[in-house]
Design a protein around this ligand. Sequence first.
Ligand code: ZN
Length: 151
Amino acid sequence: MTETRLTPHFLLEEFTLSSKALSMGVKNTPTQEHLQNIQALAEQMEKVRALFDQRIEITSGYRNPVVNAAVGGVPNSAHALGHAADFHVAEQTDLNAAKRIRDSGLKWDQLIYEKNRCVHISFAPAMRQMVMRQPGGPGSPVHKGLEPSGK
Ligand SMILES: [Zn+2]
């Protein structure tokens, strides 16, 4: 398997590995435009990594149009454009990792604590600094703040 290094700590394949694509037998190859977005995403994830100085495990990144359609994703979702990553930080709970990012000086579009699942972060150009949580799993309501207090 070829490896394409985007930044010191991230390979393209970490963002394009998709169990769904593998199970469908399709390649999760980015379009040229999306590849540029994934490059920018990797550069942003380097900043996230630097906050912790710990390994980041990307659990879901890019979904190309074929894969995205197969999972019922919205065509312009951040994952489908290459702007978003779901991840864990080594030796951190997802909630603590999300809090540390929230309280850092970093810029993002949406930061979502997906309980029992991952931290989701996106760097769509709007950079709205939204902070949210999704306690109920995929497809369930998203609430403002990382905790019920709204913070
Ligand atoms: Zn996500």
